[in-house]
Design a protein around this ligand. Structure first.
Ligand code: MN
Length: 727
């Protein structure tokens, strides 16, 4: 076993002369002790697995931290070792990598659809944050696949399916072609054992023949090229099993009819020779129409360059030919799958589900891998490479294991609406990973979300402040507006009905008349008229006035006919408050009145109540009187920020009863630019004075300023906002 360690150490020393090899040895010792007594399904000591993983990591020429993470990757999950312990022993970085690999291993994957798989892959990348976590995980998976034969069949199938859908494409994205190919063929073996064996046998049977054929064609191409003055090197290569099998499936043809299972690559010295080589190929063998691609003149976004063509070969079969320069070959071959997109699009018709913007991100990642190959010191590259590829999104699971991608900062309500709008509408709570969370909880990558619904639950306005998705916002807004409208309709009907009755009419009998009245009052129809009455935008008196053929029985009485004085007050109040900067259910210019009990100011949280005939009364949300009112008459109201309206508040100032102080206080109001509309002063027996001022202020901020200024006056004990009615 220490022989294996020596192999790893000498390999790392080979590509990284500055590597801390002692650290690698320590990680090996730690893992050996931690896994002491554990065995693999094969009967081998467990530690052989992390060692194999570390060897694959060394093949990828990754840094010492990655090698150590490979050796230690199963310690936290399978032994008594903790992340803290690793952090103390090996440093934060290695502990972070191990922790990352452990977390990825715990994600419940159970997918069927390609889109789901794509989201899951992105979730892995988003969670990994550090690209090395993904690389270590890939190496772990590769070793697991290599030793999959020791597991029971159902496990083999599950792991193989996951590898095929998630890890092979990830390896491909990262440009590690050989890992991708090996993962695919191993998965193929366990997913379709019959087909795999048959194809492998057929290929083996024709192996000698094929090698001979490859050699023959290589020589043939080389000769044609050199005869035409194109110096080049030609290599032929059989495709891997899975890719041949995919092609058989796609074209519905048996193996012996898949003739382009072998591809040839012509590598020459310069660009001009590439085009000459193409000319030679096309004049020697018949080109297959539609198969020529010029990626030299039009390089792929990731800089891949090559000429692709297919011809009818020397034995009448199709062969694929790629022509490129040495430099281009380096880019394509340097472990960077510069042409992964092309291959995938060709292989499965582009069903990969990759968004163009994601494509750019992967291209960036590939470039990263590319630059890594050129660096002599791998630590230089990987040291602090943190990936934040999908930082704008968060990936979470449904209880059924589906992955949903949501904007970062999304809350359970967003998730609920993403599942179904009825789930959103009745969302009353959420469990995240089995724990109840508040609705403002921000979803995190890998969370499993379960929405608790309640048929009585309805969206409320506060939800709009929480949600991140447009879908949730739109649905909530629509429902809130609908709800307000329903209330307005009920109230409007009620009010119009009553008004009509006073004139010996009914809704049914006044139907045609209401039509006319609606038009006269610029409403589209009677329904609209009723809504407007409900919102208080049109009074019942206006409706009655506009109603043709009605026998007028005098004016509609005031809501509280308690004498001329009261009704005068009401009119004054009504007129004054009409444009006081309140929106009711998002509507402006609704008849609004501020409750005297609590005198709300802009800045105060508020609630509105629909009243009979007097529009909407606005209370502070914490007002006791407001809380007592019928919840069915509640409407959502909000301050209109643009309004410059003044609001009356009552301020009680308790001070010592001293000559001149009142003048001082009154001057203080003036200094703050606040007008006093009423003042009431009373001396108490104990030599103090209670002064109540009704002042007009803009908003809560101005009131606070006034209060602060008043409090600073010498002789003032206290300054309080009081209910206007109490005075
Ligand atoms: Mn493992």
């Amino acid at each position: 076993m220490s022989h294996q360690l020596d192999q790893i150490v000498s390999e790392v020393a080979g590509y990284d002369p500055n590597a801390d090899l002692a650290l690698v040895r320590r990680a090996y010792e730690f893992a050996s002790q931690a896994h002491e007594g554990q065995t693999r399904k094969s009967g081998d000591p467990y530690v052989t697995h992390p060692i194999s993983v570390a060897r694959i990591i060394a093949e990828l020429k990754l840094d010492v931290s990655s090698i150590c993470a490979g050796l230690l990757h199963d310690c936290v999950e399978d032994t008594s070792a903790t992340v803290e312990q690793l952090s103390e022993t090996f440093g934060k970085e290695i502990a972070y990598l191990v922790d990352g690999v452990t977390k990825l291993g715990k994600l419940p994957y159970s997918t069927r659809e390609e889109q789901q798989a794509e989201n899951f892959r992105k979730m892995l990348l988003a969670m990994a944050r550090d690209i090395r976590v993904i690389l270590v995980k890939l190496c772990d998976r590769l070793d697991n696949m290599r030793s999959l034969n020791h597991l029971p069949p159902e496990k083999q199938e599950r792991i193989a399916a996951e590898t095929m859908q998630i890890y092979a494409p990830l390896a491909n994205r990262l440009g590690i072609q050989w890992v991708k190919i090996e993962l695919e063929d191993l998965s193929f073996k366990y997913l379709y054992p019959g087909e795999y064996d048959q194809l492998a046998a057929e290929i083996a049977k024709t192996r000698a023949e094929r090698l001979e054929y490859i050699h023959h064609v290589e020589k043939l191409i080389e000769k044609e090229m050199s005869d035409n003055g194109v110096p080049c090197e030609v290599t032929g290569r059989a495709k891997h099993l899975w890719s041949i099998y995919s092609k058989m499936k796609r074209t519905q043809r048996p193996f012996d009819e898949i003739h382009d299972a072998i591809g040839f690559r012509v590598v020459t010295d310069n660009q001009m020779h590439c085009y000459q080589a193409l000319g030679v190929a096309h004049s020697t063998w018949t080109p297959i129409p539609g198969r020529f691609k010029d990626y030299i003149a039009l390089p792929k976004p990731n800089l891949y360059q090559s000429l692709h063509t297919a011809v009818i070969g020397p034995r009448g079969e199709r062969i694929e030919v790629q022509i490129r320069t040495n430099d281009m070959n380096l880019v394509a071959e340097s472990g960077v799958a510069a042409h992964w997109k092309y291959k995938e699009a060709g292989a499965d018709g582009g069903r990969e589900g990759v968004r163009p913007e994601d494509d750019k991100k992967f291209a960036w990642l590939r470039q990263l891998m590319e630059s890594h190959k050129e660096l002599r010191d791998p630590t230089e590259f990987l040291e602090s490479v943190k990936i934040d590829l999908f930082g704008d999104e968060v990936y979470v699971f449904t209880p059924g294991g589906d992955v949903k991608a949501l904007p970062k900062g999304s809350v359970p309500i967003d998730f609920a609406y993403a599942v179904h709008s009825s789930v959103g509408d009745h969302c009353s709570g959420a469990r995240v990973n089995g724990m109840i969370v508040p609705l403002r909880y921000q979803l995190r990558n890998g969370d499993t979300i379960e929405i608790i619904t309640n048929p009585n639950q309805k969206p409320n306005k506060d939800w709009l402040k929480l949600v991140k998705t447009a879908r949730a916002r739109t649905k909530i807004r629509w429902l809130l507006r609908q709800e307000q409208r329903d209330k307005a309709v009920a109230l409007g009907n009620d009010l119009v009905e009553k008004a009509l009755r006073k004139h010996d009419m009914s809704m049914a009998r006044a139907e045609k008349g209401l039509d006319v009245a609606a038009k006269a009052l610029k409403c589209q129809n009677v329904d609209e008229l009723i809504v407007q009455v409900g919102y208080g935008k049109i009074t019942t008196q206006q409706v009655i006035d506009a109603l043709p053929g009605i026998v007028k029985k005098g004016d509609e009485p005031a809501a509280k006919p308690e004498g001329v004085f009261k009704s005068l007050i009401r009119k004054v109040t009504t007129r004054r408050t009409q444009s006081q900067g309140i929106k009711v259910a998002g509507e402006e210019d609704v008849l609004v009145r501020f409750a005297k009990c609590c005198s709300p100011l802009p800045g105060d949280p508020i609630t509105g109540f629909i009243t009979r005939g007097r529009g909407v009364t606005v209370h502070r949300r914490d007002c006791d009187k407001g809380l007592d009112l019928d919840p069915d008459r509640r409407v959502e109201v909000e301050w209109d920020g643009a309004s410059k309206a003044q609001h009356e508040v009552a301020i009680q100032v308790l001070c010592t009863n001293k000559p001149g102080l009142l003048a001082h206080i009154s001057q203080c109001f003036t200094d703050q630019g606040v007008n006093i509309s009423q003042a009431h002063c009373r001396a108490t027996d104990d030599g103090r004075a209670v002064n109540t001022f009704h002042a007009l202020v803009r908003d809560l901020d101005q009131l606070k300023q006034v209060n602060r200024a008043l409090s600073r006056i010498k002789g003032v004990y206290s300054v309080d906002r009081v209910a206007a009615e109490a005075t």
